[in-house]
Design a protein around this ligand. Structure first.
Ligand code: NAD
Ligand code: DAU
Length: 351
């Protein structure tokens, strides 16, 4: 079956891997990447597929409904995979309103345009909303988030994502739009913007800069290789049940400090430095306000119902990630020039 799929946020970290997977795997689909190219959007992420005949890029903003309607009409969009968002928790603490506009208002704009454009036959279309495990809040030392865990977001970022999830669900109930939502754990891999823990620390180790560990480094995250997230999105898009939620995770929990020490060890090996060199860069700094202690996803539903599981071990994924950053120093230089420096100053100067 032929489809014209609108992927929003396709120039970002996860979106670029989703776009690449769909463009290559489904040559009979048209893949339309709609992205406003904020600081986090980078067309260099997609240079290898930009000339594929089934790939199209549209610079447009989900805060502009007219732009969305025009793109929907011109391409005859049949389905949406929505990833465009403000995605960094620390930035949401500095500037919550940006998250309310993009993540809530932008999602509702997209829902409205899809509803209007698909009104003749709502049941023939799918709205896929990509969300996060952070909507569930925080866990203590034990337990897992399941699809029925109550929402309890703690940061402006997670509150805005929780709200967008509720709107998608409400459009399903109220207007009978067909949707799926996935809530995924922390991703890592190539093209990750160096404001997030793993790429930030890789970049700082390369440049011999301090590694700012928040609090005591005891917070725990469940890490998934980004290509396995893209595979999960492909699986749910094609086989997930309408109006259902699926949790996606790596069954791979790491305390931040243990992860940072592993990263230091691997980087010393790759850079030919004496063992222990990079660990000396670790610097404990003021904690993130409202810092969630632990995330852990129970991914049984997607595994049992749809047969998805991660394909890459953490050791393999981390090695591939480090190799990618070491081979792509130009990419790192481009994304860390200009505004990045201002953000870095504001975020870390007073910690
Ligand atoms: P990212 O910040 O790397 O990319 C976001 C993309 O959205 C960028 O290309 C940016 O230009 C675009 N964008 C931002 N505002 C826009 C607007 N108003 N109009 C159009 N485009 C806009 O984010 P990411 O880490 O790739 O995350 C993608 C999605 O996955 C987000 O919805 C995020 O909440 C979700 N998610 C991320 C993770 C993670 O670990 N990174 C985990 C689970 C879920
Ligand atoms: O769980 C999914 C979420 O994972 C996604 O929805 C978000 O978009 C994504 O950014 C990520 O959120 P986190 O806040 O967990 O990721 P981050 O890489 O910012 O931080 C990971 C952990 O490392 C967290 O406990 C905070 C800590 N940290 C982070 C930074 C940037 C530090 O100790 N120092 C730092 O400088």
């Amino acid at each position: 079956m032929s489809r014209n799929i609108l992927i929003t946020g396709g120039a970002g970290f996860i979106g670029s891997h989703v776009v690449r997977l769909f463009v290559k795997k489904y040559p009979h689909y048209k893949i339309i990447n709609l992205d406003a190219l904020t600081y986090a959007g980078n067309l260099e992420n997609l240079e290898d597929i930009e000339n594929e005949p089934n790939y199209f890029f549209e610079k447009a903003n989900i805060l502009q409904p007219d732009q969305l309607s025009e793109v929907f009409s011109r391409y005859g969009i049949t389905d949406v995979i929505h990833l465009a968002a403000e995605s960094h928790v620390d930035r949401s603490i500095l500037s919550p309103l940006d998250f309310i506009y993009t993540n809530i208002v932008g999602t509702v704009n997209l829902l409205n345009v899809a509803k209007e454009q698909w009104k003749a036959n709502l049941s023939g279309h799918r709205f896929y909303h990509v969300s996060t495990d952070e909507v569930y809040g925080t866990l203590g030392d034990t337990g897992f988030f399941t699809e029925t865990t109550a929402y309890s977001p703690n940061s402006p970022y997670s509150a805005s994502k929780a709200s967008s999830d509720h709107f998608v669900r409400a459009y399903g109930e109220t207007y009978h739009m067909q949707y799926v939502i996935t809530n995924c754990s922390n991703n890592y891999g190539p093209n990750h913007f160096p404001e997030k823990l793993i790429p930030l620390f890789i970049n700082n180790i390369i440049n011999n800069k301090p590694l700012p560990v928040y609090g005591k480094g005891e917070n725990t995250r469940d890490w998934l290789f980004v290509i396995d997230h893209a595979r999960a999105i492909d699986t749910v898009f094609h086989h997930g049940k309408n109006n259902e939620t699926y949790n996606i995770g790596g069954f791979n929990e790491w305390k931040n400090i243990d992860l940072v020490k592993l990263l230091c060890k691997l980087m010393d090996e790759k850079l030919g430095r004496q063992p222990g060199t990079s660990e000396q860069l670790i610097s404990y700094v003021k904690d993130r306000p409202g810092h969630d202690l632990r995330y852990a996803i129970d991914a049984t539903k997607i595994n049992k119902e749809l047969g998805w599981s991660p394909s890459v071990t953490f050791e393999e994924g981390l090695a591939k990630t480090i190799d990618w950053y070491l081979a792509n120093s130009q990419w790192l230089e481009h994304v860390t020039s200009g505004d990045y420096q201002k953000y870095y100053e504001q975020q870390y100067a007073e910690r």
